[in-house]
Design a protein around this ligand. Structure first.
Ligand code: NAD
Ligand code: IPM
Ligand code: MN
Length: 355
């Protein structure tokens, strides 16, 4: 009998509203597909926890969640209570780095029946993966402030690209591309302006491509690539990018599919030495928190990605099918998709469609 041990961390804001819907659907999937879930809930990695304890995580957080098969995460951040760089570097970014989740895998898909803000686009026109480097790059803690508080004040922050760090995420992306029917990969850089790290990334792409002769690939500077996302989204299959560019592309892509509220992600340690974290792409949305109107689909789809990672492929596919069924029904959509449903109604509808 298959048992999966999951650490559940709702975090802040709408994380606390969408995680229960994600859990509802995971439990429905377990029941239907005959596996067991052991769900352990944690209140840390939240700004409430920070206000009580003066830190985002307990000292022994790695012992508490490091042995689970996966982590099901909501969102962190309440900028009115705790500065974002403190709450995020003290939780999510730390998980990614300490658990060596060097791939952030973010599917972007226009779902049947959901209108795209891009005129004339149909499902199939927007269906690609963003593979985001997740442990180095522009997200670095290297730098500092000099002459603080004076007119000569200077701040410096370094971008870090290691050969191991770049190659391993490129390898993942090329292998993903190779496994898809289109066998195509796009790399995002900005080598005209950022003249040391970005040309290095390009160089490693060229080198890696030699090992995948059946994968066709191209590269764009990030500025024109954002334009192509809007003008020609059908040209993309696997898009691999540095930490910051991948972050930006993985909000822009989902926006082209109608809402960022449905977009899922996996922060993956492919070697499975550490647990991977599955969470929606969106954040804690303080502007709508407490109203019960958040779209739970990003969280629920992240649950499907988690089950796929745990070897429950059939259940994962069934969840995505249930999401598609519910999204096709205008009255079951949440407000971000101009529908009347609330968070719980949408979550329940997906759990029912699955059962
Ligand atoms: P956000 O994603 O939280 O919200 C952006 C906009 O999208 C808001 O108008 C929000 O209402 C809307 N939105 C987001 N998710 C939605 C959903 N499921 N359904 C309906 N509408 C949704 O981004 P932000 O406003 O830049 O950040 C808010 C806080 O969240 C900050 O503290 C930020 O640091 C944090 N954040 C955390 C994560 C994460 O935990 N992975 C990701 C992004 C932002
Ligand atoms: C994301 C978020 C985070 C990131 C923030 C909250 C630090 O935007 O997961 O996309 O930039 O990685
Ligand atoms: Mn982001």
């Amino acid at each position: 009998n298959r048992v999966h041990r999951i650490a559940v961390i709702p975090g802040d804001g709408i994380g606390k509203e969408v995680v229960p819907e994600g859990v509802r659907v995971l439990e429905a999937a377990a029941k239907k597909f005959g596996f067991k879930l052991q769900l352990d809930n944690f209140d840390f990695a939240s700004c409430d926890y920070y206000e009580k304890h003066g830190r985002m995580l307990p000292e022994d957080w790695k012992d508490q969640i490091g042995k689970h098969d996966a982590i099901f995460f909501g969102a962190v951040g309440m900028p009115d209570k705790v500065p974002d760089h403190i709450s995020l570097w003290g939780s999510l970014i730390l998980f990614r780095r300490e658990f060596d989740q060097y791939v952030n895998l973010r599917p972007v898909r226009l779902m049947p029946g959901v209108p795209s803000p891009l005129a004339g686009r149909e499902p199939g026109d927007i269906d690609f993966w963003v593979v985001r480097e997740n442990t180095e790059g522009e997200y670095s803690a290297i730098g500092g402030r000099m002459f603080a508080g004076t007119e000569r004040e200077v701040v410096v922050q370094e971008t870090v690209m290691s050969r191991v760090g770049v190659d391993r995420v490129l390898k993942f992306a090329f292998e993903l591309a190779q496994s898809t029917p289109k066998k195509h990969l796009t790399s995002a850089t900005k080598s005209n302006g950022i003249a040391i790290t970005m040309p290095y990334w390009d160089e490693r792409v060229k080198e890696m491509a030699k090992s995948y002769p059946d994968v066709k690939w191209n590269q764009f500077h990030i500025d024109i690539l954002t334009a192509h996302f809007v003008m020609n989204p059908d040209k993309f299959n696997v898009v691999v990018a540095s930490n910051l560019f991948g972050d930006i592309l993985s909000d822009l892509g989902p926006a082209c599919t109608g809402t960022i509220g449905i977009a899922p992600s996996g922060n993956i340690n492919p070697e499975r030495k550490y647990p991977s974290v599955f969470e929606p792409v969106h954040g804690s949305a303080p502007d709508i928190y407490g109203q019960g109107i958040a779209n739970p689909i990003g969280q629920i789809w992240s649950g499907a990605m988690m089950l796929e990672h745990l070897g429950e492929s059939e259940a994962a596919k069934a969840i995505v099918t249930a999401i598609e069924k519910v999204l096709a029904e205008p009255k079951l959509r949440t407000r971000d998709l101009k529908g009347p449903a609330n968070t719980v109604e949408c979550g329940k509808a997906i759990a029912e469609a699955l059962a």
